[in-house]
Design a protein around this ligand. Structure first.
Ligand SMILES: [Zn+2]
Length: 164
């Protein structure tokens, strides 16, 4: 595995819609392994291929050990319901945090590295991270949806205030 440079805004790859993966090659497997290492190294809970300069429909999400790792090839949201507002950050915007409105519950379809198809229902923060990463695959960025910006030094206070 190898650490990949994280692409930061305003690199054009971040606002370019990605291409479907047509064939799960050794290079794709390697890319997913490298994306995982890069995400963990950056203390991220999700990463999308454009963030490592690959314009492909691949995203990884791991919000905690209990929920586990989702390695998603050609993911798509097929159902969404409810609305929730919470704080987000992004590896491509190291200094920016803000509140964003997302669907509260989603149903997601994707393929894993073996080409097996999955359908997953997610809610709350997991649903939020899926939505954030999938928007990267469409070249969309969370900064366009921020309701209220939060300074990094205020993040902890804000999180505590909003836990209740
Ligand atoms: Zn992001």
């Amino acid at each position: 595995m190898a650490l990949l440079p994280i692409i930061k805004y305003p690199d054009p790859v971040l606002v370019t819609p990605t291409k479907e993966v047509l064939d799960i090659t050794d290079e794709i497997i390697q890319l997913m392994d490298d994306m995982y290492e890069t995400m963990i190294d950056g203390d991220g809970i999700g990463i999308a291929a454009p963030q490592v300069n690959k314009s492909l429909r691949i995203a990884l999400v791991e919000i905690d050990e209990e929920t586990g790792l989702f390695e998603m090839i050609n993911p798509k949201i097929i159902k969404s319901s409810g609305k929730a507002i919470d704080v987000e950050g992004c590896l491509s915007f190291p200094e920016i945090y803000g509140t964003v409105e997302r669907a509260e519950t989603i149903v997601l379809q994707y393929f894993d590295r073996d080409g097996d198809a999955y359908e997953v229902e997610a809610e709350d923060y997991l649903a939020r991270v899926f939505q954030h990463e999938l928007e990267h695959l469409d070249g969309k960025l969370f900064t366009d949806k921020i309701i209220q910006k939060i300074k990094p030094e205020d993040l902890e206070d804000y999180m505590e205030e909003n836990i209740t």
